[in-house]
Write a protein that binds this ligand. Sequence first.
Ligand code: UD1
Length: 357
Amino acid sequence: MKILSIVGARPQFIKAAAVSRALRARHTEVLVHTGQHYDDAMSEVFFRELGIPSPDFNLGIGSGSHAEQIAQMLVPLERLILAERPDSVLVYGDTNTTLAGGLAAAKGNVPLTHVEAGLRSFERSMPEEVNRVVVDHLSALLLCPTRAAVENLQREGITAGVELVGDVMLDTARRFAETWPAGPVLEGFAVEPGRYYLATVHRAANADSPERLAAIVEAFESLPKPVIWPVHPRTAKELEAHGLSGAVAANGNIRAIAPLSYRQTSALLRSASALLTDSGGMQKEAYFFRIPCVTLREESEWVETVESGWNVLAGTDKDAIVTAATSFETPLAHPDFYGDGHAAERVVAALERHAGC
Ligand code: UD1
């Protein structure tokens, strides 16, 4: 079986680390990097740390508007898919890379496999929601991380080719994050377990809104413990553009730093007092490590983290953020919503069944 996998943004490298390994144990994988994320800190470091094979092709697309990114990816992706003639094209998650890969596969008449299918925020102004909905409706094989995702697809009339495989990010967390010692990383940042918060902000709705960004900064300033904040390049630009980077730099409670590697992130997350984030993947990683999560959005795709009490949706209201972070009541129960850490093997088994091998 020959699979052409398409990655491009940071969260996809973490997912590919699990799937590529399982796939290559028995089959041929052609790995394509669109280059949506391109800095060493946003891309190469993940390949090195997680042992992901070097991409066979890098399209070097880089930054741009949504239309620019998607349009520039489509032509070379179509060419590659037609030349390679894989049994399936595999895409991950909800980025512009996912959408471009999905469209190119559908137009090339090659079966499309979507890993992390069925996620919904029910917020169509969110670019990622549009990407997910379109890609799910183009996919032949829809591999869902959770039961809620399967049910979302059912409600949209998608039942054929849907399988619950578990979450491939848990596979990566189990294999790497849980086995790496956190101590040296914490020492490097001069912090002690439970005595700091970890924060990330990059969603367009937050990064591109001066009001929301300012409220987030104010909330971080008001927290009773230091906030370690690896700043996403998109957010760094917007902080600068909205005249907020000075406030961030001057505030003793906020430690704004460059984007971290997976190893550094997971080490800091595992010992944090709480995570404050608008990331999708990190809400789950907090759950894997039993760390309280305060989500800087009004909705979450990972509804089970919220319903179980491990994740509080605080939006960007300063008081709501501070209250959630300082009075978090950690639940006793911690169900296995995301499977057993062997999702990648199920992804490969589903691909084999689908390809008839
Ligand atoms: C993208 C995804 C989002 C995902 C996130 C993870 C879409 C629509 N969004 O958002 O789903 O959760 O990645 O990080 O696909 N930049 C750099 N260096 C880089 C990468 C980006 O400086 O290595 C800058 C670019 O100049 C750009 C900005 O960051 O202006 C945003 O990058 P972009 O690729 O548009 O998407 P993200 O905001 O990272």
